[in-house]
Ligand binder design. Structure first.
Ligand SMILES: NC(=O)c1ccc[n+]([C@@H]2O[C@H](COP(=O)([O-])OP(=O)(O)OC[C@H]3O[C@@H](n4cnc5c(N)ncnc54)[C@H](O)[C@@H]3O)[C@@H](O)[C@H]2O)c1
Length: 251
């Protein structure tokens, strides 16, 4: 049974912890979250910072905190074990991408990028040689973007790399599309703040030689940066990583 360490335990983390414990998918050995007031969550010790003896036990780390929190621990994680990471905007920093490549190659460890709030990263990756244009447009409520707009406002339009710098907690799906497809400079991001919506909506458009695709994903949100679909999709990704004996696999 795999031993699992968590970095961050908010909306996504708590849902994954429940799934692991209820379905007996592994043993959670620690949760690292400096802002958690409790000493234990569901019987799992909560630590405010890196602890060598606990990191040494982990076979898999699950990051569901922030891109900065992940960057601070990348080396300690990837020298030891595999990583499932949700703060994909970390990859918009070229130095992070280089560090991940170096550490995984040197240590034989792997990084799993979940499809998270959207669908089709596998298909985008499969077609990366043919895409000429890739764009992603996200519409969220002003509160989700920490803004106070009273009317629909385009708050960003441009390369995905800069969108990730400006909205690191809101455009993880943009980062995932850029990473899977034609990169952070060529992928175009649009972010719209709309006070009339209660959903996170993403429209992904792909154009290549003889192929055109458009994907529309909309998920209700009760607040925060994460829509209602993502915790479910996170559980599915975790099952696919852990279940080596699945008889029927979606690939
Ligand atoms: N890939 C995707 O499609 C996708 C979708 C939604 C959210 N996300 C991202 O996943 C991450 C988690 O989302 P969430 O909704 O669970 O967020 P959340 O705000 O509910 O939880 C984040 C947790 O991380 C903790 N945290 C903050 N700084 C930390 C640090 N330095 N070390 C350890 N823990 C720290 C917070 O205390 C909190 O408990 C965010 O970065 C979010 O932007 C990705």
């Amino acid at each position: 049974m795999k031993k699992i360490g968590f970095l961050g335990c908010g909306k996504i983390g708590k849902r994954l912890l429940k799934e692991i414990q209820e379905k007996n998918l592994g043993e959670v050995v620690f949760i690292q979250d400096p802002f958690c007031q409790e000493k234990k969550i569901e019987g799992v010790p909560v630590i405010p910072e890196y602890r060598e003896e606990l990191y040494d036990q982990a076979d898999l780390f699950i990051e569901c905190a922030t891109a900065d929190a992940l960057k601070a621990q990348t080396e300690k994680i990837l020298t030891r074990a595999d990583l499932l990471m949700f703060s994909v905007t970390a990859f918009s920093d070229a130095a992070f991408e280089e560090e991940v490549k170096r550490l995984t190659a040197a240590n034989g460890t792997r990084v799993f990028i979940p499809h998270g709030a959207i669908l089709g990263l596998d298909g985008i990756l499969d077609g990366r040689q043919i895409w000429e244009e890739v764009s992603i447009e996200t519409t969220k409520s002003p509160a989700s973007l920490s803004r106070q707009d009273t009317e629909r406002t385009v708050v960003y339009e441009g390369p995905t790399r800069e969108a990730c710098r400006e909205y690191p907690r809101n455009v993880n799906v943009h980062a995932a599309v850029a990473l899977s497809g034609i990169g952070f400079e060529k992928t175009r991001s649009v972010i719209i703040s709309d006070p009339s919506v209660h959903t996170n909506a993403h429209v992904i458009r792909l154009k290549g030689k003889g192929v055109e695709m458009e994907l529309h994903v909309e998920s209700f949100t009760t607040g925060g940066v994460t829509g209602e679909y993502t915790p479910l999709s996170a559980c599915g990704s975790l099952h696919r990583i852990l279940d080596e004996k699945a008889v029927i696999q979606v690939v």
